[in-house]
Design a protein around this ligand. Structure first.
Ligand code: 7TS
Length: 421
């Protein structure tokens, strides 16, 4: 990407038509607390473009019917749109077949599905599950619950001072008892990009199943599940310009026969009698009840939108912004960035002197700047860096160098107001 010189001699990425892209997002056009909204809380949830909102509105207004059941035209069209969304997702992450795509409520639901459906069926006392010290709670707690239930043991890959995984320790943790390795591709708390392809290969060497939490990766970089070699990959619609209430679990076909049902009910069955129930084939076996149809169709439109931009371009734009922001923060003084990994993506966690991150977040809000302050559902990461919470700015494809400049000005004001340098 071409670079232009902005304030302070730090180079800023030249917009890949980012100002045109912003016009697609009505929410970004508004003022907040008397200032133009600067939305930097994309790791929590991103905004949706008009095309996604319009598509969902059209479905709800004139196309709505349930799926997989009715022979009337609305019913068959809804089924086609819903199953079309599944195909779209499969292509987006290069799955071998749409049968490998399960629609869930989100990343959390996807991990829990794997825990119940695969974990409870395949793990027993003495087995080991490896997670990393960079996980979101949703990729920790379900595995702790499983360990408690079956007597398995949780092992944790330690994190270095830079916020990278200690891969030597990771290799040492792997052994013949390791049944599952569950790892995030990108840390939501500090932005580290983990070498998941390498880690999957190591897990495979000891015969373990590999799960990747892609909640913070799929929205920001190209994903190819076959290239990664993982057995499970998951992400949420609402972090990638799609709606809430929809997530994806990629479950490699070779895993299907090792997976029991998740929720029981309609649609996940072929035949029910009081004596015996025969389950439907995957992915339907894992999708009981009426699915989030409008949300799946919205996710499909979001993928169209992202693919239109090109995920490589999105990644390039965001890494330019990240570099620019890190450069400007370094020049500020008095701001400690938590996590300095070489490979990073779209997240900056920071402390402004010893001002509490909630105060930083509240003051920035007064300037129309939305960041998140807190533990980011990653308390073990906070513990590792000995902080109760951080302030976190996280970027999406529609953020600009102006947003970064506004953040820097905002932090300066925080420093001035709370007397901290
Ligand atoms: N995994 C990662 C890496 C995440 O960042 C999140 C949400 C989840 C899983 C759970 O996703 P959900 O859609 O099921 O909620 N992360 C954040 C965050 O960083 N701030 O708010 C939610």
């Amino acid at each position: 990407m071409e670079a232009t010189m902005l304030r302070g001699g730090v180079s800023a990425p030249k917009a890949f038509d980012v100002y045109r892209i912003r016009e697609d997002f009505p929410i970004l056009q508004q003022q907040m607390c008397g200032h133009p909204l600067v939305y930097l809380d994309n790791a929590a949830s991103s905004q949706t473009p008009k095309s996604v909102n319009d598509r969902m509105h059209r479905y709800q207004s004139i196309e709505h019917a349930n799926v997989h059941r009715s022979v009337h035209t609305l019913g068959t069209n809804a089924t086609a749109a819903f199953e079309g969304a599944r195909k779209k997702v499969a292509a987006f992450i290069n799955a071998a077949s749409e049968k490998e795509i399960v629609f869930t409520r989100g990343s959390t639901d996807s991990v829990n599905l794997v825990m119940h459906s695969f974990g409870r069926k395949n793990l027993k006392g003495g087995d080991e599950i490896v997670v990393t010290g960079l996980e979101h709670h949703s990729n920790i707690v379900p595995w702790q619950m499983l360990c408690e239930e079956v007597g398995a043991v949780l092992r944790v890959v330690p994190v270095t001072d830079a916020g990278e995984l200690n891969l030597t320790e990771f290799e040492r943790l792997l052994n013949r008892r390791t049944r599952l390795v569950a790892m995030t591709q990108v840390s939501n708390a500090i932005g580290t990009v983990n070498p998941v392809q390498e880690m999957v290969a190591a897990a495979k060497k000891v015969g373990a199943v590999a799960l990747i939490d892609g909640a913070q990766a799929a929205p920001h970089l190209p994903v190819d599940v076959r290239d990664l070699g993982c057995d499970f990959y998951l992400f949420s619609g609402h972090k990638m310009c799609g709606p809430t209430g929809i997530g994806v679990l990629y479950a490699k076909q070779s895993m299907h026969e090792r997976m029991g049902p998740y929720l029981g009910g309609g649609d996940m069955i072929l035949r029910v009698t009081f004596e015996k129930t025969i389950y439907n084939v995957p992915p339907h076996k894992f999708e009981a009840g009426t699915p989030p149809i409008a949300a799946a169709i919205g996710l499909s439109a979001a993928i169209d939108y992202l693919q239109d931009m090109g995920m490589t371009e999105v990644q390039r734009h965001e890494s330019g912004l990240l570099e620019y922001a890190l450069g400007r923060i370094a020049q500020l003084g008095g701001v400690r960035v938590i996590g300095t990994a070489k490979q990073r993506a779209s997240v900056i966690s920071f402390m402004v002197g010893d001002i509490h991150p909630h105060d930083v977040g509240s003051l920035l809000n007064g300037y129309g700047i939305a960041i998140r302050a807190g533990h980011h559902c990653a308390q073990p990461v906070m513990d590792r860096f000995d902080v109760p919470a951080t302030a976190r700015a996280s970027f999406a494809l529609y953020n600009t160098a102006d947003d970064v400049d506004a953040l820097i000005d905002g932090i300066r004001s925080v420093q001035r107001i709370l007397g901290n340098q």
